[in-house]
Write a protein that binds this ligand. Sequence first.
Ligand SMILES: [Mn+2]
Length: 369
Amino acid sequence: MYSELPYQFPMQGMNMNKQEKIEMYKKMADKGLWEVDHPDVRAFYERAQEEGVELVSNNVPHLGLFRAPYSQDLNGVDLAIVGLPMDIGVPNPRPGTRNAPKAVRFWGLDRNMVSYFNNLCPFDICNIVDYGDVEFVDDPYNLNSNLEEIARLYAQFKDQDIVPLTIGGEHTCTYAMLKGLGKDDPLAVVHIDAHGDTSVGFAGSVVSDASLFQNAAVGGYIDPEKMVQVGQRGRGIIRCDFSTNSGMRRIFADEAQEKGMPYVVSEIKRVIGDHPCYLTIDTDCIDCGEMPGTTLPEPFGLFGREVRDIIRGMYGMNLVGADLMELSPDYDPTGKSACLASGLAFEMMCLLADSKSRRNGEKHQTHWK
Ligand SMILES: [Mn+2]
């Protein structure tokens, strides 16, 4: 899966002498930092600079992830980036996902803001805001109370036709997001994860990051027969009979890597088609060698590049939201886990923006002023 560069080098120098070539190269080099050839991308950069977006310095605390404007005013918003810094419900005593949104924002300090894959300028087709991190106010150390707060916010997103891109937080949060977004009709789900997350609740809690999709199916928020799970492996999947029995298509990491990502994408499209679909990625889907900074690292996993190719393969589907959960940056002192997570988050933002814009049949620009 790759896109051809839009311009082939025209071999202009074939009949030139050395001095003529140098003159030609001088002309090519005489360009501003943002004066790129692609007309749409160039127009976007011109507009961004006119609106005062800082495109040189990385000292931009006033800007959100991927330089989206921070705002909690949801009027006219198409896509909201949300941080959910929560880790009080993880069954294994490895807290830390509360630090993920901060780490992804740090590694997402990317001034380029467009995708080379398809020359997509997400901020030119959707009104995108970074909503910031949710502060749990009702009863911050009570898991059920926090889940209720999340469900209320995501029900509001659903009512206002806003597509959320969420940076977790423990995977348990996804139960509450699905409860809000799937409150009227059950959603299709693409679930990329080392684990099935369809086991039973843990240690007295009914919903956990090991059971959330069983809970969401029982709640009527998702349709298991329109759900594809990719990347499963590890000894715990033996406890996820609910996945098979309820009709989910399970593609273990072994099958995915043997048959390749184009096959995985074709299975996702066969099972889900045009149905409104939620994409949830648990960072532990990626091999522990590439992704040590996650709550429950697993060996024998997918490559980050393979997960990226699944995301890119999903263009054209009907996405209503996406999340990237369980990054636990402090277990990885190199920073590569958070760096990879932010790369995936950008691919997800582009996919969501494209899907939302096509569904609207309109392009709405993000404005910084
Ligand atoms: Mn999970």
